[in-house]
Design a protein around this ligand. Sequence first.
Ligand code: AMP
Ligand code: MG
Length: 433
Amino acid sequence: MTQYTHVHRHHNESMLSVEDALERILGFFNTLDVERKPILDALGQVLAEDAVSLYDIPPLDNSAMDGYAVQSASVAGASEGSPVSLEVVGYVAAGQLPREEVGPGTAVRIMTGAPIPNGADAVVPFEDTDEVERRGAGGDMSRIGVNIAAPPGAEIRPAGQDVRRGTLVLKRGSLLRPAEVGVLASLGYAEVSVVRRPVVAILATGDELLEPGEASEAGKIFNSNNYSVAAGTLRYGGVPRLLGIARDNLDSMNAKLEQALECDMLVTSAGVSKGDYDMVKDVLAQHGSIDFWSVRMRPAKPLAFGALTARDGRRVPHLGLPGNPVSALVAFEQFGRPAIRKMLGLGDVGKPTVEAVLDEPIENPDGRRVYARAVVTRHNGGYRARLTGDQGSNLLTSMALANGLAICPEDVPLMAAGEVVQTQMLDWPEEVF
Ligand code: AMP
Ligand code: MG
């Protein structure tokens, strides 16, 4: 029954670099198919069509200010000391079309965004007229005094200034941020085609696990991995599907894996370390193929990766994270996040890094790439990084204290205080979530 033939224990002796592991993993993922949805629901997704404008934006020449539309020649000589008096022949608000034309010696009162009347080539703002004094004095509003000269084009926003009709405004592949959602709305789009979000099945394994909310029991611990991984999935744009806990036996695992076959990816935790993985290995191999790797990194050296095969032949990639909560989350950041980003159609899958000055040393006794939990703060126009204390991979609270992972390269046995360390930012300083 098992198709599990190509995986041997000696794989554990040869360590994979983080890059090689990532490359192999990403090879299993492609951009997902497309869905149509309301533009607001598409925030954070990738555009799957070119957005071309059917209109000029703004559609017509219009006023940048509340004021008076005039001919610049009429007010050429105007100044505070010698205002020019014009006859007010009409009024136009935003959303209306002007009824009156402007000629020499006349003006149309105009509001911001209203189309410029024929004949006018400039707008004089209210504050450069005597409108307030006139109104206060109960004066004659059929005329207006203009206190400044206005060159041709003054305070006029030309038609098509933002977007010309027929222009490709947002390319297929653009990430929809608030600005892009607004641009789509400005083009008149109510719905848009985007790459759909990946559905990520998330499964914990272990006889020792309880779900949060259950009564605590001696010797048991609460399942945190499902929740941290699901939260990470949400944050990076996936849709988590929590499959709960599989016990360390065949039937329990098998029952859970059925549900994973409907998803785009399965993320499990635990059961991947040496001597522990036989059950997991056999069950997963029954459903497809699985490989166990040692990745040259700390934490999260043991990692499993494979693919489940659904009855219809579709293959569902499976990322097997280590059980220790910090390892699970660090490995999810390095491998799960890029997979989600690739499925979402995002080209750049890397997490931003900054250069930070180390407050204290990072030790690297066995030649792995160390991801040290760090607190990064601004300092002297740059950044500094201090570690969160004990770096045990079981200490999940240390991950909660950190906003970055300071990276000591595999070939550097010790980074001293004062050295510059590349630091992968989990969050930006001063930014929440
Ligand atoms: P294992 O890989 O099964 O040996 O697990 C390694 C460590 O991670 C053990 O201490 C487990 O109790 C712990 N662990 C495994 N799964 C979880 C989980 N879902 N939540 C919290 N800790 C876990
Ligand atoms: Mg276990």
